[in-house]
Design a protein around this ligand. Structure first.
Ligand code: SF4
Length: 501
């Protein structure tokens, strides 16, 4: 595969120079750029190499006046922003190899398969994005026939790794079905011999020693939700049958770790308006409860969260301000010798600082919808992502791929619908993203575009997702640019998951 050869933000004069400069001392390679601050430019290329240039150096570079023995020239050459004209083919091949490495997440196709055994739930989260049903509601549990067809469909995926993640509602309200699916998958895997993993997303409240023994036997990981200290968690995620949600969480977390081990549970937080101004206390609570990471996650505009936006939402600027404050607090904790990671920064730093591929369904290009992750609803409907299922719960079936009881794997995963969604979800060719210097680190989300702006392509100047990603990436780049060895060490410790303390 050839690296895409195009230049963004070039005027006609520059374009003609670029194509006719074989006799000149260097040849430009594809790159994007933007003014980073009053005195510097930020440049990036298709494979994620980046460089900061002073305005003067940038002018020299684009007018082909850089001295070939200058540090700037050598830096830009080593990062494939320019090359000697006679080496163009070799360097293009090298870029193509790097590009393939960055995109290697696409090799295996769908590995994350989320399954909803029930839509019933014993929580009353104020932002419930799946529009859950009450415990006594009937008709929202998965049937055995559907479950069998779900597992059959999952094992048609060519991916050598299959992760089955149970979502809800609260999956433990239908634990029999969770067990049925796990055992059916293990049976199928005797023949398919894939690397099979299980994760259950649960509020922990219904966990018992018997459940934990079963989960241990079947090597199932636990993903839970913790929104922060007691009052905040109780406000955001109250259980239906007790006022002591947080105490219950803490007690069940302890029990789970006793049976499955200290590192068996990971937690996610969701930011509501009640969380703003409290990111430090949220981090403190995560640390008090023995977690070594947090993922500052903003509210997504789906389900009850969209319906009740006026009560619990906030502006993207408020989130970014809180995010920066929280991240600096975490960096300070690391400087004091306490290893603690912020998950969103960790993901972006991997993209910025390493040549490797990083799959993250919500932020990759092409978008991960359907091709990296997919969700099977309780009734057998298949959606391109959890967020697409959330949209469906309020009667918007735009991203339904089919139903396991009616459609074949090929119809759903190789049909015109998914091809069309993915073709419109590559940042490399989306309006505005195509020119964006932060593009190599960002990703596309057609479902979010549709929910926020009414079409899958979206409009970046008013996109909240774009604003958030751009701001966070720029903030991380500002920290990297400071070249502070202590902060750099912390970032590398996050990437390598090894404490430097
Ligand atoms: S979404 Fe925004 S930040 Fe991301 S690549 Fe597109 S324009 Fe850049």
């Amino acid at each position: 595969m050839d690296a895409p050869l195009f230049m963004a933000k070039t005027d006609k004069r520059m374009k003609s120079k670029l194509t006719n400069n074989m006799e000149n001392k260097y040849q430009f390679l594809p790159f994007r750029f933007e003014r980073f601050n009053d005195s510097e430019y930020f440049l990036s290329n298709e494979v994620g190499e980046f460089e900061f240039l002073s305005k003067n150096d940038f002018d020299l570079f684009v007018s082909e006046k850089l001295e070939t023995n200058s540090n700037t020239f050598l830096n830009l050459k080593s990062k494939q922003f320019l090359t000697d004209p006679q080496n163009i083919e070799t360097v293009t091949n090298m870029l193509a190899t790097k590009y393939r490495t960055k995109k290697s997440i696409l090799n295996d196709f769908t590995s994350l398969h989320m399954v909803v055994p029930t839509l019933r739930c014993n929580s009353d989260c104020i932002y419930c994005q799946v529009s859950k049903k009450d415990l006594c509601d009937k008709g929202f549990d998965m049937s055995k026939t559907t479950a069998k067809n779900v597992v059959k469909t999952i094992f048609e995926s060519p991916s050598p790794v299959i992760k089955i993640e149970f979502q809800g509602g609260e999956p433990l309200t239908n634990f029999e079905m969770v067990q049925y699916i796990m055992e059916e998958a293990e049976w199928q895997n005797l023949f398919k011999k894939k690397c099979l993993e299980f994760v259950i997303c649960t509020n922990l409240s219904l966990i018992t020693p018997k459940t934990l023994k079963y989960l241990k036997k079947h090597k199932c990981y636990i993903s839970t939700s913790l929104d922060g200290y007691r009052d905040l968690h109780n406000t955001n995620r109250p259980l239906q049958d007790t006022k002591h949600t947080h105490e219950c969480f803490e007690e069940k977390l302890k029990l789970t770790r006793e049976y499955l081990g200290e590192d068996s549970v990971s937690a996610l937080m969701t930011t509501t308006c009640y969380s703003l101004g409290h990111f430090k206390e949220i981090v403190d609570e995560y640390m008090r409860l023995g977690f070594n990471s947090v993922f500052f996650r903003s509210l997504n505009p789906y389900g009850f969260a969209k319906r009740d936006k006026h009560k619990i939402a906030y502006s993207v600027s408020d989130f970014i301000e809180n995010y920066k404050e929280g991240l600096m607090y975490i960096i300070d904790l690391n400087l004091q010798g306490k290893f603690f990671v912020e998950g969103y920064a960790e993901l972006l730093l991997k993209r910025i600082l390493t040549p490797f591929a990083t799959g993250f369904v919500d932020l990759q290009s092409p978008a991960g919808v359907g091709i990296s992750g997919v969700i099977y609803d309780y009734n057998g409907n298949v959606y391109v992502s959890d967020e697409a299922r959330m949209m469906a719960s309020v009667n918007n079936q735009h991203f339904k791929m089919g139903n396991v009881n009616e459609n074949s794997y090929q119809e759903m995963f190789n049909g015109e619908f998914l091809h069309n969604v993915i073709a419109n979800a590559c940042t490399e060719c989306l309006p505005a993203c195509v020119e964006c210097a932060y593009q190599p680190f960002c990703g596309a989300d057609p479902v979010r575009n549709f929910s926020e702006q009414g079409d899958i392509v979206g409009y970046r100047p008013t996109s909240e997702m774009c604003k958030k990603n751009k701001s966070v990436i720029k903030f991380l780049l500002e920290l990297i640019k400071q070249n502070d060895p202590k902060i750099n060490n912390i970032f590398w410790s996050w990437i390598t998951k090894q404490s430097i303390c």
